[in-house]
Write a protein that binds this ligand. Structure first.
Ligand code: FPP
Length: 240
């Protein structure tokens, strides 16, 4: 594949799905899929940064994932410390800055501390932003923004810009909205992920399960994205 012809999206958001099925196929417990999924996060973060992505948002834990068996929730909650303990030096070396979307106040103490340390340790990095959606749900995020705006606007109407800034993706400005949303493992839905921000995103679905997803698959997704005509509801020369 000719890399020079590829349009690299500024903001790529990924629904990392299929860890459980990946493990089941290998007669392994579901958490083995999550562990392998964490290794894929490392590879894809570096690949995205090398390719020139400005923001990589990863859906790591949704507001609905609390309903999974306690043992799985507890393993998932331990992943951020496992990840950051070993990977922050690589993030710094690659100038990658960590941020979090979602309500971290409800996470267990050690998860919150690991996340806070990673944010602090990478705060002066100026390259790609790696945004972890942790205890994130788009509806909850929109509701929080609406309540915040009601409290601070004294009955005045609100602009799209103010609404965008009040969502947790406000910290990603000017790349609040994903250009490309990728979902692995064959499911074709957004599952409460960036519902407002993805209004004009290109969607890319692949059957590959997240633990098997490689840098080459990311390039393949960018290649597909490069062929899309983004019209944002308008028209282009081709469609006139
Ligand atoms: C969906 O697969 C995946 C998740 C709910 C967890 C995603 C988490 C990771 C990939 C690791 C994150 C790493 C860090 C650093 C926080 P699933 O379990 O729903 O798979 P299934 O649909 O096959 O059951």
């Amino acid at each position: 594949m000719e890399l020079s012809n590829i349009k690299v999206p500024n903001h790529v958001a990924i629904i990392m799905d299929g860890n459980g099925r990946w493990a089941k196929k290998r007669f392994l417990p579901r958490i083995a899929g999550h562990k392998e999924g964490m290794n894929t996060v490392k590879k894809i973060t570096i690949a995205a940064s090398d390719l020139g992505v400005k923001v990589l948002t990863l859906y790591a834990f949704s507001t609905e994932n609390w309903s999974r068996p306690q043992s799985e929730v507890s393993y998932l909650m331990g992943l951020p410390s496992k990840f950051f303990d070993t990977f922050v030096p690589d993030l710094i070396k690659n100038n990658v800055k960590v941020v979090v979307l979602g309500d971290v106040s409800q996470l267990p103490d050690n998860t919150r501390i690991a996340v806070r340390n990673a944010i602090n340790d990478t705060s002066s990095c100026t390259g790609m932003i790696l945004a972890f959606a942790l205890n994130y749900g788009a509806r909850q995020d929109i509701l929080n923004a609406v309540n915040y705006l009601i409290e601070h606007h004294q009955g005045e109407s609100v602009s799209f810009q103010e609404l965008s800034q009040s969502l947790s993706t406000g910290i990603l400005a000017p790349y609040n909205d994903p250009d490309l949303v990728i979902r692995t493992s064959g499911e074709q839905r957004l599952s409460n992920f960036l519902s407002y921000e993805s209004a004009y995103s290109e969607l890319y679905f692949t059957d590959t399960k997240w633990p098997d997803f490689t840098a080459q698959d990311l390039i393949e997704a960018f290649n597909d994205y490069s062929s899309r005509q983004r019209r944002f509801g308008g028209i282009t020369e081709e469609t006139e």
